[in-house]
Write a protein of this length. Sequence first.
Length: 276
Amino acid sequence: MRLIAFIVILFTLNTATATEKPKLTIWSHAYFASEADKLSINLHLAAVIKPALSKTFNIDVEFTNHARVIKHLSSNEPSCTFNAIKTPEREENMVFSKVPTYMHLQRQLYALKSALQPSSEPISVAELLKNKGSFGIIGSTSYRELDEIFANKHHNVAAIYGENAFLQLSQLLINKRIDYIIAYKQALEAHIPAHELDLLTSRRIAEYPEFINGFFACSKTTIGYRAIALIDNFMKSAEMAAYLQQLHRQNNHPDDAKAMLDIYTQRYGIHFKNSH
């Protein structure tokens, strides 16, 4: 009788283990060091991550800096992140969704008003460097079309690492230790108070396209590939189309939002209700 009871208990434990959902960690950038981080990931969790993944995985959300997010996703850990920029180097170590989870306005060049003439025309970073301009960059991120230019040892480029590297860059710029930084508008607004923002001007960058895509990205693991497949499937849903439309209209000028949504339709086949 005891043997039978033991077998029943063992069978029950094995069945529970077999049906337990695997853990998937969603790494979120602690980029703004504020409530903006939590608000952003909570929106994504409610609208996309949980509907697409929670039936298959136990979702765990963790915050860390940008460099560690990339490190986790380049490892054998079952982990993913939201709105990651795709680069050739990252594609070697991570797997990305087929459709962008968000389309960002491109980063711009920022400088003190005393150092940069305001203009609607784009400006070349390569030319500024040739003219001995000094740049501050975050060493753990990719500036895509500018990476090779910044890697040139003859140029005056300071790479900043560590916790909240962008805040360090912002202060170096305000205190005239460097001439230029490259940033998304939202990141600058999150780190610099209004009275310091008033000291700065910005220009579009000639080397950059108008928009840049962010993708859902995962580690190249069995769980990572499965998560990407589920996200790719959810991206085709009406719920995701409504969320994309809401995000882009809320966070962009109407003309920019329309251009972004048109790209989603023309390039990725996602159609939106009342898009015009």
